[in-house]
Design a protein around this ligand. Structure first.
Ligand SMILES: Nc1ncnc2c1ncn2[C@@H]1O[C@H](COP(=O)(O)OP(=O)(O)OP(=O)(O)O)[C@@H](O)[C@H]1O
Ligand SMILES: [Mg+2]
Length: 291
């Protein structure tokens, strides 16, 4: 475990995240994140964007992918309502010799390594926790650890972003925090072509036919302003494919019972609800009417 010494205090760094999240389509959104992070002159400083959008539209994927694009270590920190200020900075643990060991959080590890810190679902943690990051997110670019009694400065390469969900279990953050988490980058549902590419990249082993049904389902749902996201589509296809793989004998492609459509309907009603599965019936009705 790598350690650094700051004002005589040893800090143990944690390892960055290496996951297989890769963003597909909507290139403009990556450009917006990278532009926020750019430093264009001596007195300039990077911005710390917040990525917002409905559940499952790809906020976490975009944040991680944009960070990896810079070729620097990316640290994901999952915020919860129990996140304490020190969890974001330095926590003490007892080492095997009974001594206190100071562990840098993912945010501080990113600050010291010149990496990217992503606070995922940032508005699930309270103002009190955000307040400990306030100096990091303005021109001071440092945090203070009360437990270790030190001030930690961010490397010039350090970058920050957060994702935010808007649902019932989130905090309303005060203006002084919001103003440090700018600009706001809005992620909307993708267009049909891009949504199909996302499905293909997440399910490379699936037949195109099933993915075409799922993308039609998702597009119809977006049109009707349903909350169903590409994540739901991926899960529906994944489960339907597993059901079909377990079936013996030939599978009739359009069959409503144990065929592909039947399995998609079943998956949609289990993963979402009965009205979601009705979308698949309607899609098949349309296809049959056209034939
Ligand atoms: N543009 C995209 N490219 C690749 N995969 C995507 C894209 N958009 C969504 N996904 C896929 O959809 C799923 C959900 O994405 P992700 O977890 O990033 O969404 P989120 O907005 O962070 O959701 P939540 O609000 O629940 O945190 C993942 O499986 C991800 O791979
Ligand atoms: Mg997320």
């Amino acid at each position: 475990m790598e350690k650094v010494v700051i004002d005589g205090v040893e800090l143990y760094l944690c390892e960055p995240d290496r996951v297989t999240m890769s963003w597909v389509g909507q290139e403009e959104l990556i450009t917006q994140v990278l532009a926020s992070w750019l430093v264009i002159g001596e007195d300039d400083m990077p911005l710390s964007p917040r990525l917002v959008g409905r559940p499952g539209v790809g906020k976490t994927t975009l944040a991680y992918h944009a960070g990896r694009t810079l070729g620097r270590p990316v640290y994901l920190f999952q915020a919860t309502m129990d996140t304490r200020p020190e969890d974001l900075i330095v926590t003490p643990v007892i080492s095997d010799q009974g001594k206190i060991r100071y562990m840098a959080s993912p945010v501080v590890s990113a600050m010291l390594r010149g990496g990217i810190a992503v606070i995922d679902e940032g508005n699930r943690m309270s103002e009190k926790s955000w307040a400990s990051l306030a100096p990091l997110l303005d021109s001071r670019r440092y945090v203070e650890s009360i437990v270790a009694g030190i001030k930690i400065k961010a490397d010039p390469e350090f970058r920050f972003c957060t994702t935010m969900n808007d649902d019932a279990s989130t905090f309303e953050l005060p203006e002084y925090i919001h103003s440090r988490l700018q600009p706001q980058i809005q992620i909307d549902f993708p267009e049909r072509d891009e949504e199909l590419l996302i499905l293909k990249s997440n399910l490379p082993f699936a037949d195109e036919e099933i993915l075409l049904y799922v993308v039609d389902f998702l597009q119809a749902a977006h049109e009707a302003d349903e909350r169903y996201s590409v994540r739901d589509g991926i899960n529906i296809a994944r489960y339907a494919l597993k059901r079909l793989a377990g079936q013996k004998g030939r599978v009739s492609p359009g069959g409503r019972g144990t065929g592909m459509i039947g399995r998609l309907k079943e998956a949609a009603s289990m993963i979402l609800d009965a009205s979601a599965s009705e979308y698949f019936s309607r899609l098949v009705d349309e296809v049959e009417r056209e034939e």
